[in-house]
Ligand binder design. Sequence first.
Ligand SMILES: [Zn+2]
Length: 407
Amino acid sequence: MKSISAKWVFTCDENNSIIENGAIVYDKKIIDIDTLENIQKKYPNLETTILEDNSVLMPGLINTHVHLEFSSNSTTLKYGNFMLWLNSVIASRDELINKATKKLILKKLDKMKKSGTTTIGAISSYGFDMEACLESPINTVFFNEVIGSRPDMIDTLFTDFKSRLEKSKKNKNESFYPAIAIHSPYSVHPILIKETLIIAKEENLPVSAHFLESVEEYDWLHKDEGGFTEFFKNFLGQEKAVTKPMNFLNQFDGISNLSFTHCVEASDDDLSKIKSLNAVINHCVTSNRLLNNTKLDLSRINEADFAIGTDGLSSNNSLSMFDEMRNVLMMHSDFEINSFAKKILKASTVNAARALGLNKGILAKQKDSDIIAINLPDELAHKQDLATHIILHTKYVKKTIIGGKDV
Ligand SMILES: [Zn+2]
């Protein structure tokens, strides 16, 4: 059992409680949380690590959506338009994947840890990122992705998916959890979706899918036209979309931990359905800016919860959640900054934990001890603005605790 204290403890609980001169008693899970004074009275024999003057303790950050297999990209891919980007991915995919070695991915994971991330939702297309995720102290929800819309390929693709899923299940441990990703409504055949979701339900695995990321996707799914037409004709010999957006969403009834990524072009009906599925929307604001020059209208999501993902380095210049949270804060200039900053911190912790099915994201008794310590550059004048200053002033954390261990 250990104890740690900071000037500020930002709990991310339902009341956004902030404890001044707070302390946390923990081992693998949080045992107690209160003011330092009360903790010292209750646990007189327990020595507390007292952090420096302007320190803050908060839950470790959870990046719900990242593609580590594309970690080698920096200046290769084309931005500005979804089709240009997609074609550039196809042209450079092999080269980028080959360059994303275990060593490189571990380096990126270490940088993510230093910038406050304690858990990721890793979308794995090939399984090439599994070993790095297993070696890193960061918790991973490992989303084995299924993709493929050609009917003649269903069996092969399903067999490949199942073998990757099995491998991740064999490696399951207290910081590595197997999960399922359905690539998108346009790229996965309905039979494949059905079969993979049967497995997800039977084994109660978290599920995530990309959904309505671009105008091209909207035009193709709704009208079988637009920027995707040529692409599907040339690459896959298809002239019609395999599913409609609402038919796609309807298939996810009964999944407990569900998230949809992007949703920037989702209709009001789609967004209501997402809310009724109790799904979380993974918001990737930088990726959407780079690829489509659009952003999710957060005022339209009908109180559905949103989480924050960096997406991969294929569509971001950084995997730091603090960089991404600053971008969310700046891109949504229509919201009052201090209340929105609190929402962003909850999106990156408690909402994200729900999307991934984890007992994390809040500093409260019985929650997993995933805690980060940061330092504000000066004394905080207004307690109610703490969230804003955490987001504005943090590049790297001072300390990271995962599952009760200093890492
Ligand atoms: Zn993605």
